[in-house]
Design a protein around this ligand. Structure first.
Ligand code: SF4
Length: 601
């Protein structure tokens, strides 16, 4: 399956008065297009921090993404992020984190173009995620306006004259007594013909005029306002296109730069265990050797530097990668080798990712800066802002109603004007899902979206997610501590323990034969009326011990204090995430030999 998200060696830590808490410590994940990956584990094992790191929503400081790569659709989302927070060591205590406001601002601006349209997130508590003083419709429309303004402008520009059907709709709206039905007709009419709903309502209520007179007024009014709306829509469209190109170029430049380092890291056995089986880099300085062996000398790459400044792989390196890909065919490290290819040949991937962005024409950058300045100035003036943005907001309204209907909210038109507290928990969560879908993302992260809901509503939300998955074909990263939910929804499951992935497996295989002792413990803790009979009064099965303190985790395997199979090596050496059987990965010394057998040619 084509990977859409590849996470390698992700490390996220928090600086506290007691020391550095490594909440995520070297997580590797892959999600294919349209796949549902479940992440499961006890509370505090790093599931949510992993998701927030992927979305780049970690508060820095006290948090910091300390290492790793997050490749999403050909982009390294952490590229350029190394300058966001500087670490200054102190003689005593944890180091001091010094944020660079300018770098953080730029990185967040770049990420704003990835979040929403690329990936989105549904949070745990809908009530604390929705703004209590803003209406539902406004909150969802805000997302649509931010993420899909070009489409809204296209719709404004494509509006046409009134058709007989539009006239008939308007006539129906005048004679309909049911206000909900009238609202629906007005929204339909506004979306079809580009009218502003408030103007339509004013004319509907003008009872001193005949119906024909009101139709004539509507035509005139729309004709006048349409010209201004069109000019503004053209302005916004051009601004958005320039901004998108600007950000895309910035991403491409940074991702190219990080490709070189990522390729070198892949050949470094200290960072990548798989590199132990690759053409050896024997020197004590793998970076220098890899540079010499696999990349063109700086003097040879003047033109490439102009293109983006990234390291350029030599034909030798490409050949080595091809060789690795052939050797790994069908093997357990296919995804890892696919990463090697995507990293090393990433220049090509980036070019494919941005085919629609030719080089900036002379003057385009200036055009962009001028338009952006003008736009920001207009938004500072409340009256001007209201007048200019109204047509866009009207267009977004039709989208919002459609989205609310998509997530099965009854009476979507009514809910549009309601406040969050007027909705039940299930309805609020549906609104959150609608917001997450507003940008039509390729990946949706759902962080325990059913935790705060009762069982019946949980089932409805799960059913909705399953249904949406089929309809929108987005990949879903589903975080939960409930294995039953995982079994219901996921294709694959990653089990997390103390900031690390300890098992990654297709969901059916995991339930049939869990490999890691921690996964076995989790499954044994499920009380089932069919599989096991518990004596009255006997304690429920649990995993002995408690989750370790991540400020001071156990040495070697972090699970060893609770593991009934632990032996000496477990206390000394940290197990790697290896593949004892195709399609499955486990981090446990019990399976090292099986993994070695699978790796052998
Ligand atoms: S590595 Fe050792 S302690 Fe860790 S899960 Fe495996 S057997 Fe248990």
């Amino acid at each position: 399956m084509e990977p859409i998200l590849v996470v390698r060696g992700l490390k996220t830590e928090f600086t506290t008065s007691r020391g550095i808490l490594r909440a995520v410590d070297g997580v590797d994940l892959d999600i294919g297009k349209g796949e549902v990956l479940g992440i499961v584990g006890e509370s505090g094992c790093g599931k949510t921090v992993t998701a927030l790191s992927i979305m780049y929503l970690i508060t820095q400081p006290p948090g910091r993404i300390a290492g790793g790569q997050i490749w999403f659709r050909g982009l390294n989302l952490l590229a350029g992020g190394e300058e966001d927070v500087r670490v200054r060591p102190r003689p005593k205590g944890p180091p001091k984190l010094i944020p660079s406001d300018s770098h953080l601002k730029k990185h967040r601006a770049r990420m704003n173009k990835v979040r929403g349209r690329g990936m989105s997130m549904v949070f745990q508590e809908p009530m604390s995620s929705l703004n209590p003083v803003l209406r539902i419709g406004y909150q969802v429309a805000e997302v649509i306006i931010f993420q899909r303004r070009q489409e809204l402008c296209d719709r404004i520009l494509s509006h046409r004259s009134l058709t007989p059907e539009d006239r008939e709709l308007f006539r129906q709206a005048i004679v309909t007594l049911d206000t909900t039905e009238r609202d629906r007709i007005v929204i339909d009419l506004s979306a079809r013909a580009g009218f502003r709903a408030d103007k339509v309502n004013t004319l509907i209520d003008a009872s001193r005029l005949s119906i024909d007179e009101r139709i004539q007024r509507l035509e005139k009014l729309a004709g006048r306002s349409r010209r201004a709306d069109r000019s503004w829509a053209r302005f916004l469209k051009r601004l958005d296109a320039l901004e998108e190109a600007h950000v895309a170029r910035e991403w491409a430049r940074l991702s190219r730069r990080s490709l070189g380092q990522a390729a070198i890291d892949l050949f470094d056995p200290n960072k990548n265990p798989i590199a132990k089986g690759l053409p050896p880099l024997a020197s004590v300085s793998p970076r220098e050797e890899a540079l010499e062996l696999y990349f063109r000398a700086p003097s040879d790459r003047g033109r490439d530097r102009e293109k983006g400044g990234g390291l350029v792989p030599t034909e030798d390196l490409r050949a080595a990668v091809e060789d690795l890909l052939q050797k790994s065919e069908g093997g357990p490290f296919g995804v890892m080798f696919a990463d090697v290819e995507s990293v090393v040949l990433g220049e090509r991937a980036i070019e494919l990712r941005f085919p629609a962005h030719p080089p900036f024409a002379p003057g385009a950058e200036l055009d962009y800066l001028l338009r952006r300045g003008l736009y920001r100035f207009f938004l500072l003036l409340p009256v001007v802002r209201t007048v200019l943005m109204r047509p866009v907001e009207e267009e977004a309204r039709a989208y919002v109603i459609d989205l609310l209907r998509l997530v099965r909210i009854p009476e979507a038109t009514k809910v549009y004007g309601e406040y969050p507290h007027e909705l039940s928990g299930g309805m609020q969560q549906r609104v959150m899902i609608a917001m997450a879908l507003a940008g039509e993302p390729a990946l949706m992260i759902a962080d325990e979206p059913t935790t705060a809901l009762d069982v019946t509503t949980q089932a409805q939300i799960l059913w909705l997610l399953k249904d949406l998955r089929k309809r929108i074909n987005a990949a879903i990263l589903y975080i939960t501590h409930d294995l039953a939910v995982i079994a219901e929804l996921s294709d694959r499951v990653a089990v997390m323990y103390a900031g690390k992935i300890v098992e990654d497996s297709p969901v059916a295989d995991l339930f049939r034969e869990p490999l890691h002792p921690y996964t076995q413990g989790l499954l044994e803790s499920i009380v089932s009326t069919e599989s096991r009979q518990l004596e009255p009064g006997s304690p429920l099965p649990t995993i002995p011990g408690v989750v370790p303190d991540l400020l001071n985790p156990p040495s070697g395997c972090r699970f060893h204090p609770r593991c009934k199979f632990a032996f000496e090596r477990c206390r000394l050496e940290e197990p790697l995430l290896l593949s004892p059987t195709p399609n499955r990965k486990v981090a446990c010394h019990l399976y090292d030999q099986e993994a070695a057998n699978v790796r052998a040619p």
